[in-house]
Structure formats: structure tokens, C-alpha cells
Design a protein around this ligand. Structure first.
Ligand SMILES: *Cc1c(COP(=O)(O)O)cnc(C)c1O
Length: 477
């Protein structure tokens, strides 16, 4: 492709992208495909001869687009949003155009320094303590793994990195039963073993019970285990429950345990001063992670990982290779030493574009509106005789079910049918949760273009489907 062709196709693609943003709401959120439908349209062998860009792009529209799940649709209410904004997409285009590989300061000084300043911006926007510093990572999972590895190394004065496990270590790690699966994964990769992950029971709000945490730690110490790390959550994945961060910080300080806070989704909400009750005690945590790529309008991937003691992080990950040495190594941050990969994308550029284009107040306004829609739907469900909430609604994630006078087993299958039918319609996409054996319809919404009417419509679709599913069920029995 020559430069003039690039210019031409680039313009065409941007036009297509603008149309996509305009029209995505009318696309079926979930594609109507079955496994194997797409791969059979893709030739099994790579083409020997060059193909025209027109052919490639038209295949994209014909073969790929119909098989996409539209995360950008405001009717996407599954998992958590991976929202984006137009400014972040444009920044992504510049990033890939320059293709900078930001492993260290010298390989793109502007990238390193912008990253440092964006982390400062984010820290202050979220009201995190001024002694936090950090770097941008690919995912929360990687950041949590970094936290566990750093905790392990600090506790052993960096000995396992050097010599490997002796076989006598009996490290334990703590989190609530509601914590994200990335903690289990981190414990596996860090060599601690799943059996050493202690899942602490939760209270009626699905938040970790601090007294049970203390009890488990004391019991483990009595049995010659070595408590290494507690991972608490500000916003669990199932119900956005908030663990008691201050009480956990107390315990971690007392027993000298690393305290890592996983705020992957809900961290963004701390841009609202009125929501900072959630993070009380965070100033005493050792590390904190949140994903601007979930709810802060910055397209995937972009994770902010903050630490109290960057020296511990760098001591865990630093490498020293002749080819990477530069004259300024003592004056700059070489972010390759702040995490796992050597190669790094210029993610700070996206944040810089997004935060400036929306302004902190623009971000706050959107987050506030998403929470307000969540609270509106909560009230609707509470007022409905045939629906019930299955978990507190802290923000904009709702767990509820259609509830008529039938046994739990029947309710579970009725609710699954409601979900499946709504999802099949293409008008909405959400997923289930299971809470104490009860099948919950779980709606989480925070898309960039989300308006109240989308939430109203989702609620209407679910009520209508519930009526029709239950009507058919009644006729059969
Ligand atoms: C989404 C999520 C994660 C994982 O995030 P990735 O960036 O995809 O690794 C971890 N913890 C919580 C609470 C989450 O909601």
C-alpha cells in the first residue's frame, strides 16, 4: 500500500467508523451465529498473492461484522462495560501510526513522561493519596499478579526471584468469596498454589467480613503458614460489593501483610467525591488497581496500577541487559521495570486525549448519570410485585429475578429462559449471576452513549419476556 492509497482508505475507514458509532445501537447486540460459522468463511490457507484492500475491507464487512458482539452498543449490559470514546479511538490511531514501543524512557521520552503525568492526574482525580505512584498496564489481572509477586519478593527480601522456591514456603493469600478469578490465577502463576488462597466469607452486602479475615490469619499463623497478601475489592464483579478497606488495612498493618485493592471496574466512581466513602483506608494500602478501559471511556487496553513503594515493584521486576543501558537510567522512569512485559504500548496518549476532551467534570457527569439510572431501575424492581432484588444496588450493577409463587428450581429455569430469549432478540445483552443458588438476571450498564431510555427499554423487554415465559409455563402445567 502506498501513501496515497493509505490516505484514501484511511478516510474511507474513518467514515465507516463514524457510521458505526451512529448506527451501532440498531445492530443486534449479540450476533446470530453458531460456533464454526465464521471460521468456515475464512480460507484455511494464507493467500499466496496480494489481494486488493477493497476486497479485504468488503470481507470485513461481510464476514466479520455479522459475527461481532457489539460492546459499543448502549444495549450491551453484560459483564462490565468496556467503554470507549471517540477521542480514545483517535488517540489509538495515532499510537499505532507511530508504533512506538515504550519499554523505557529513551525509546519514547514523551510516552514515558506523559505516562508519569497521566498517573498523577488519575491519582488526584480519584482522590488517592499523593504518595501513590504507578504505571499503566494492560489489564487488572496482570496488575494483581504484579502485586502478588511484589508481596512475595518483599516478604522474602527478593530471594525467590534469585533462588526459586525452597519448598518450605507456606505462603497464604486472602480475599473474599466474591473476589475476581484473577486472584486465583495470580496465586497459581506466582507459585503459591490455589490451596493457599483463603476465601473469606462475606456479609449480607457481599462484602468481606473483617473479623473472619483476622481469625483465618491467626489460625494460619498458628499453623506455621506465612500470610503474604490480602486482596480487597472496591466493587466486586458479581454485585459491586465494597470490602471494608480501612478495617482490612488495620489488619494488614498489624500482621505486616501486603494489601492490594482491586477496584478494576468501580475505581472510576472515585472521581465523584461523594463516593469516596468506598475508598476510606486506601491510603494505607500497598497497591491499587483500576481499569480506565472499563468505565472511564478509554478503549481497551488501559489499566492504572498504583503502588505505595515503587522501589519494591522495581526490585521485583528490574532487569539489567547491556543492550538496554542508557546514560539517563538514573534520572528517568524505565517502565519496563514496573511490570511484566518488556514491550509496552503508548497507552498514556489515550488517557490524555480522553481526560482533556471530556474534562473531569464531563467524566463525573456521565458516571453520575449511570449511577442514577441504576438507582432508578432499583426502585422500579422494588416496586414491582413480581420481581425482586437479589443483592444491594451500590452503583449501576443490578442482580434481580422474576419472582412468582414457584419453587426456587422453577424460578431459576424461568429466569434463564427470560434471559436467553431477550438475548436472542438482539435488542439487549446481559448475563446471569448465581447468588446463594438463585439464578439472577445481572444488568451492568455504563456505555459512553448510554441514556436513560436504554435502561427503560431493557427493563421493559425483561418484563414483557417474563410475562410471556410465565404465561407459556402456566399453560403447560
Ligand atoms: C474486570 C475485573 C477484573 C479483571 O480485569 P482485566 O483488566 O480484564 O484483567 C478484575 N477484578 C475485577 C473486580 C473486575 O471487575
Amino acid at each position: 500500500m502506498n501513501n496515497e492509497e493509505f490516505r484514501k482508505y484511511g478516510h474511507e475507514l474513518v467514515d465507516w467508523m463514524a457510521d458505526y458509532f451512529r448506527d451501532v445501537e440498531s445492530y443486534p447486540v449479540l450476533p446470530d451465529v453458531t460456533p464454526g460459522d465464521i471460521i468456515k468463511q475464512i480460507p484455511p490457507k494464507a493467500p499466496a498473492q496480494a489481494e486488493s484492500f477493497e476486497t479485504i475491507f468488503s470481507d470485513f464487512k461481510e464476514k466479520i461484522l455479522p459475527g461481532m458482539t457489539h460492546w459499543e452498543s448502549p444495549n450491551f449490559m453484560a459483564y462490565f462495560p468496556a467503554n470507549k470514546s471517540k477521542a480514545s479511538v483517535l488517540a489509538e490511531m495515532l499510537m499505532s501510526t507511530m508504533g512506538a514501543q515504550c519499554m523505557m524512557w529513551l525509546t519514547s521520552p514523551a510516552a514515558a513522561e506523559l505516562e508519569e503525568q497521566m498517573m498523577n492526574w488519575l491519582r488526584d482525580m480519584l482522590g488517592l493519596p499523593s504518595h501513590f505512584t504507578g504505571s499503566i498496564q494492560d489489564t487488572a489481572s496482570t496488575s494483581t499478579l504484579c502485586a502478588i509477586l511484589t508481596a512475595r519478593e518483599r516478604a522474602t527480601t527478593y530471594d525467590i526471584n534469585q533462588r526459586g522456591f525452597s519448598g518450605d514456603e507456606k505462603f497464604t493469600i486472602y480475599c473474599s468469596e466474591q473476589i475476581h478469578s484473577s486472584i486465583d490465577k495470580g496465586a497459581k502463576i506466582a507459585g503459591l498454589g490455589l490451596e493457599q488462597v483463603r476465601k473469606i466469607p462475606t456479609d449480607a452486602l457481599y462484602a468481606l467480613k473483617a473479623d473472619m479475615l483476622r481469625k483465618q490469619i491467626e489460625e494460619d499463623i498458628a499453623n506455621a503458614f506465612r500470610p503474604l497478601c490480602v486482596v480487597s475489592a472496591i466493587g466486586t464483579t458479581g454485585t459491586t460489593a465494597v470490602d471494608p478497606i480501612a478495617a482490612i488495612s488495620d489488619i494488614c498493618e498489624e500482621f505486616r501483610i501486603w494489601h492490594h485493592v482491586d477496584a478494576a471496574y468501580a475505581g472510576t466512581v472515585l472521581v465523584l467525591p461523594e463516593m469516596r466513602w468506598m475508598s476510606e483506608g486506601v491510603e494505607r494500602a500497598d497497591s491499587f488497581v483500576f481499569n480506565p478501559h472499563k468505565w472511564m471511556f478509554t478503549n481497551f487496553d488501559c489499566t492504572a496500577y498504583f503502588v505505595k513503594d515503587p522501589a519494591a515493584l522495581v526490585n521485583t521486576f528490574a532487569i539489567s541487559l547491556d543492550i538496554l543501558k542508557t546514560d539517563v537510567d538514573n534520572e528517568v522512569k524505565n517502565y519496563r521495570d514496573w511490570g511484566i512485559p518488556l514491550g509496552r504500548r503508548f497507552r498514556a496518549l489515550k488517557l490524555w486525549f480522553v481526560i482533556r476532551e471530556m474534562g473531569v467534570s464531563g467524566i463525573q457527569e456521565k458516571i453520575r448519570s449511570h449511577i442514577a439510572y441504576g438507582q432508578w431501575l432499583k426502585a422500579e424492581i422494588e416496586a414491582h410485585p413480581d420481581f425482586e432484588l437479589l443483592a444491594p444496588v451500590v452503583l449501576n450493577t443490578l442482580n434481580f429475578r422474576f419472582k412468582v409463587d414457584e419453587p426456587d428450581g422453577t424460578l431459576n429455569s424461568l429466569n434463564k429462559q427470560i434471559m436467553d430469549n431477550v438475548n436472542k432478540s438482539g435488542k439487549l445483552f446481559f448475563v446471569q449471576n448465581v447468588l446463594e443458588g438463585r439464578f439472577a438476571l445481572r444488568l451492568a450498564f455504563g456505555g459512553t452513549e448510554l441514556e436513560k431510555r436504554h435502561v427503560e427499554n431493557a427493563w421493559k423487554l425483561i418484563q414483557e419476556e417474563a410475562e410471556s415465559v410465565y404465561g407459556r409455563f402456566k399453560k403447560q402445567t
